[in-house]
Design a protein around this ligand. Structure first.
Ligand SMILES: [Zn+2]
Ligand SMILES: [Zn+2]
Length: 380
């Protein structure tokens, strides 16, 4: 069967033949791939020739945002049956550390994990894949056409889960006890700045807006960009960061009480990410999810930074990857996002390609581009 990915020693993206996988263990599931979403990780792999191929293998199949249909199940599989629409998680644990042994490989302690389509394991840009039941999450039938967002949304879900877990250290930040971070109504009276209006920033904004957080989104885009349109469509405010200092940006989005409760960094722009720290509010949290590539030296007043983080009880936390529980959260929220913001997720998919047109995916240059989906086998 056909697969698209990278080949050792050969820059660029290629199509090649691999054997169709087979169920070999009782807990395995064979899935027919339908759609695969493409994100910045995939574009960077190709652009910068980042080959992370397992030893002894000649290549790696790309693609880590998938939706497919169960074709066959092993004799021990309980939760899935042929015909079920499913999504697969990305990371496979190290098998050694406690988080990995307890379904939290996103928090792996050894770094010996693998990731399908990214790090030493074949991904989903092919016709069939096999994996264990524990890594496969069933999609409710009404969400079939939106399920390709489960993986990127799971990353936003984890970031926001981190915020809520860590900020439960405060009873509440407004005069209303029901608005504690632990409550269902947690977002009321809170203000957030999302840095970056790419797919992850937009999905984080969607979750924050669903929770009624007063949200600002910054990027270096003109007001007429389709991404800015989506920001406004969700009831968030756009800040054009091109001619503003980090201080001016934060001043723009502070609430009337002067607090910025949350910063969610989703751009991977290292200088901005660090330069925002001195403008964090008291007892606030700053989640970083972007991963800068290049080395970058900047000057900071270290004493001021440490003094402020200590005196203001601030938290700067990184959040990477996601586990099965975040995929389940994502599948709970996808329908709400699309109905609350009127077809927003469909609007985010600006480009669709068939698998055979894989080269166009990585050479595309379109200022209106937000998200590409590759159709391996189109839905009927
Ligand atoms: Zn581990
Ligand atoms: Zn309140």
């Amino acid at each position: 069967m056909l697969a698209v990915g990278m080949l050792r020693g050969k820059p660029g993206v290629h199509v090649f033949e691999i054997p169709k996988p087979e169920i070999k263990q009782a807990d395995e599931v064979l899935v027919r791939v339908k759609e695969v979403g493409v994100d910045g990780t995939d574009f960077n792999m190709v652009k910068h020739n980042l080959q992370d191929i397992a030893e002894g293998h000649s290549g790696i199949v790309m693609g880590h945002e998938m939706v497919g249909v169960v074709e066959a199940v092993g004799s021990g599989v309980k939760s899935l049956a042929p015909g079920d629409v499913v999504v697969m998680t990305v990371r496979r644990g190290c098998g050694i550390c406690q988080p990995c042994l307890h379904n939290q490989s996103d928090m792996c302690m050894t770094g010996l994990y693998t990731e399908r389509g990214i790090h030493k394991q074949d991904g989903f840009l092919t016709e069939f894949v096999v994996d264990e039941e524990q890594y496969i999450v069933k999609v409710p039938p009404r969400l079939t056409k939106l399920a390709v967002f489960a993986e990127p949304l799971s990353i936003a879900e984890k970031g926001i889960e981190q915020i809520r877990i860590i900020q439960s250290r405060l009873p509440w930040t407004c005069p209303h006890p029901e608005h504690t971070f632990a409550s269902k109504d947690w977002g009321h009276c809170k203000t957030a700045l999302v840095v970056g209006a790419g797919p992850l920033g937009l999905l984080a904004t969607a979750l924050l807006r669903l929770a009624e957080v007063h949200t600002y989104v910054s990027d270096i885009l003109p007001e007429d960009s389709p991404k800015v349109h989506l920001v406004k469509h969700m009831g968030a405010n756009y800040i054009d960061a091109r001619n503003k200092t980090p201080e001016e940006m934060v001043q723009l989005c502070c609430s009337p009480t002067g607090n910025l409760d949350i910063i969610f960094e989703a751009a991977g722009a290292a200088a901005t990410a660090v330069e925002l720290i001195p403008y964090m509010s008291r007892s606030s949290i700053y989640v970083m999810t972007g991963i800068p590539r290049e080395e970058l030296l900047i000057q900071v007043d270290a004493a001021q930074l440490v003094r402020q983080i200590v005196r203001y009880n601030q938290v700067v936390v990184g959040s990477v990857n996601s586990n099965r529980s975040h995929f389940e959260m994502a599948l709970r929220d996808i329908g709400d996002i699309d109905s609350s913001f009127d077809g927003m997720l469909g609007e985010m998919i600006t480009h669709r390609f068939r698998l055979k047109d894989y080269r166009q995916v990585f050479t595309l240059s379109d200022p209106k581009h937000i998200k590409t989906v590759i159709e391996v086998e189109p839905w009927n």
